[in-house]
Design a protein around this ligand. Sequence first.
Ligand SMILES: Cc1cc2nc3c(=O)[nH]c(=O)nc-3n(C[C@H](O)[C@H](O)[C@H](O)COP(=O)(O)OP(=O)(O)OC[C@H]3O[C@@H](n4cnc5c(N)ncnc54)[C@H](O)[C@@H]3O)c2cc1C
Length: 410
Amino acid sequence: MYVRVGIIGAGIGGLTLAQALCIQNIEVVVFDRDPFPAKTGGYRLHLSEEALKSIRKGLQARIEQALRMSGTGPESFKQFSILDHHGKTKLRFRQTDEEDLLMIGRVPLRKILAVDLENIIRWGTQFTHYEEIDSGVLLHFSNVQSEKVDILVGADGVHSAVARKLLGSETAKSAGVTGIAGKTILTNRFRSTLYKDLFKGPGFAVGPRGIGMFLTVHDPNHLAVENEFVKSLDIIEQPYIIWSVAALNESFRTDPKVLNSDQLEEESCKLLKNWDQGFHDLIKCSVKEGTASFQFWFPNNLSSWEHNKITLIGDAVHPMPPTSGLGASTAIIDAVNLAEKLTQNIDSAAALQAYQEEMLKYAPKAVAEARPPLFWQRRFTNELMRKFAMSIFLPAINNVLKIKEQLRNN
Ligand SMILES: Cc1cc2nc3c(=O)[nH]c(=O)nc-3n(C[C@H](O)[C@H](O)[C@H](O)COP(=O)(O)OP(=O)(O)OC[C@H]3O[C@@H](n4cnc5c(N)ncnc54)[C@H](O)[C@@H]3O)c2cc1C
């Protein structure tokens, strides 16, 4: 079967799909409004074991190697800590099984996924809408000529224009929470002053009004520097700390969308009134112009659709809050799943159907994993509940986990 696949969105899902189709010699063209791959928000991402298996299954081996060399593995996630707003750890979840994972910056991830796709990706192209014609799908853009493809894949993220037309409604609905995230270089000062548990893995601090702060250290081991291929991509990052303040939308005095990087840092410090100075120092030392706000989204109605030429992957169809750390992973799994179905099925309509059926089994589970932290965040707006949890409930669970660990070690 000869098909030309058009992908809207050279984000994590779109690039993975393009890589996986190229390996199978399926013709593909990708359109993204960004001018170049490094023009993307700079958060570090966690890729799950399943996502890494998909990468191994569907992409060139040197891409997986470059990803591994540019990020950190299970050694950087020995524990997940819950802290109070004074910086005291109340609960430590130690990782007992050696689950595979990769922590990687978004820019290195995107640059590696874009390798060898120079002639396939059209950067700086703003998709507006599509039109169905007998021989395929016509893609329209605001700044370049229209293009015809046989199959269209919407990988254009939250508020996908492809999804809106295909399904007739928005695929994202607000989760009622907004985050402000920034990046702070891990200087010698922060190496000695940062809350110690954060060097064993990510942590989440909870304070008054249910305001939370996610913190994670990213300190790649620079094996990458030795590798010529990785060196050529110019993706070596300095070690840094990612912080992200998350609060219910009604906690913000000004709509974060209208604030610039400096104002967002000020707003974060206001939200963290009465928190330990260490949290404030991290925010105040953030990389200039690197702080941004983002809304948390859930899928509006994640259910099947019918179309024999158009499909959706990633956040375009199942946006989810970062609380599960599975959004990018699920986009990668979708991409490899779809490429596999297009390779195995002679009939492209059957391939799209098979992809969708499988995706609708695993994606709702990933979305569900993002819900409990948000549930607890709402509960912790109640001061009594938060104080009880911080002073009695979490330390009690911590003691039980410690005893279990000692028994296991004996
Ligand atoms: C703070 C934060 C932390 C996160 N942490 C994690 C994590 O640890 N692990 C994890 O798995 N996930 C995480 N996520 C979620 C993850 O980033 C997303 O789920 C993932 O990027 C989705 O990939 P995607 O390819 O579907 O969309 P995206 O990566 O968003 O890509 C969409 C692309 O489409 C392009 N586009 C959109 N509209 C158009 C248009 N009209 N024309 C042309 N191009 C267009 C955009 O420019 C973009 O490049 C996090 C998200 C946030 C906000």
